[in-house]
Design a protein around this ligand. Sequence first.
Ligand code: CP
Length: 308
Amino acid sequence: MIITSERISLKHLLTAESLNDQEVMALIKRAQQLKKGESPELKKKQYFVANLFFENSTRTHKSFEIAEKKLGIDVIEFDAKASSVSKGESLYDTVLTMAAIGVHACVIRHTEEEYYNQLIQSKTITTSIINSGDGSGNHPTQCLLDLLTIYEEFGTFENLNIAICGDLTHSRVANSNMKMLRRLGANLYFCGPDEWYNQKYEAYGEFLPIDTIVSKVDVMMMLRVQHERHAGEELFSKEKYHDEYGLTNERAETMAPRSIIMHPAPVNRDVELSSDLVESYQSRITEQMTNGVFMRMAILEAILHGKA
Ligand code: CP
């Protein structure tokens, strides 16, 4: 894969797979440059970006905020509970308002899958949409920061062996990552309970027990068990899940020395991943968080570049 440093312009970022390979690699390259300390390139003096989080977030919300401040953007914070959403205002009307008052881009996380369709079809809403998670649908900015983390480590995606393990059904991270990693040439494997596996994943990789794959992969990508999407029905105790499907200390000891552990976080410690492994030498979890800032800077530049 040839990396280009060409600047790209994006109208919206709704799904990772809407980007072509060249756009993905240009964002990775730009995030690396920003991480090395290169100056941001925004053409106008003043840009307004609103962060609209209708689902809780620590990493995505706060790393967007830091990315925006590093780029010199005026950040419009939004608390759904303190806004007119509490009076019944719809998402459409909130974003329509943001566009009308001069917001250039909205970073949105919402429980509804593909919430963005109505917004991008509007003739009145001119603001760009950056999807920061739509229910169990997509999480393109997490996917791109994960791609940056893997690329930094291995310098390629081609023929890497990557296991995506855990709550596949409810994970927007898995949904975005499986499509992109396969397209970029990685060999994918899936692990986890049968109940959270779907045959549609066969298009991307093979479903195997964790014990058959843990010693053979370059990346163990562990997923959070998404209790909030299980409607109060827990299939496993924490201990049973950890023993049968989690990355335990014993399993981690069998990993190849140059292989890495990833997790989008927040981590359910000692459920999908042993607490001891979160900051272990093979873990890249804090690097993923750090990379989130630089990848989100690169994304914001590409979005706002299109508005210059
Ligand atoms: N990985 C991730 O999206 O974390 P937050 O839910 O804290 O944003």
